[in-house]
Design a protein around this ligand. Sequence first.
Ligand SMILES: [Zn+2]
Length: 170
Amino acid sequence: MNAGIRTGIGFDFHRLVAGRSLVLGGVPIPYEKGLLGHSDADVLVHAICDALLGAGGLDDIGIHFPDSDPAYQGISSLELLRRTCTLIAADGFRIVNVDAVVLAEAPQIMPFRREISSRILQAMQIAAPQAFNLKATTTEGCGMIGRGEGIGAMATALIERRRADRHGGA
Ligand SMILES: [Zn+2]
């Protein structure tokens, strides 16, 4: 495939349990529960990684960073995002923008929006604040998210071939 511009979508969900810290977008968020997972279970960053990998045609996060590998136990998911961006860049692409939404009944995410955005932009090594947009919504008390059993996240990503590479054939 030689398309100079590509999009990808990512979705993730983790269960909320007692005795774990809640980390979203690399930011610790005070709450009575945290997300269960092999890494820090940062559901937002996982959705972003999958959107970027999808845009790159590079499979998914479970293939690159398997939860069966002890190397990823407790790892900051921002590190997984950094490695994902390295894969995208190695293929000659740059990130145009990422849009994301967190689906959670509680806690409130928006007070942490700026800090989350800044950490994600930093991990993606992007200076333009418009390149990352974060939203949050509830499911109005319905379903597993509404009952507070877990938190979900969705993301889309747009990437484009870097200009210098366009003249390089391939
Ligand atoms: Zn995940």
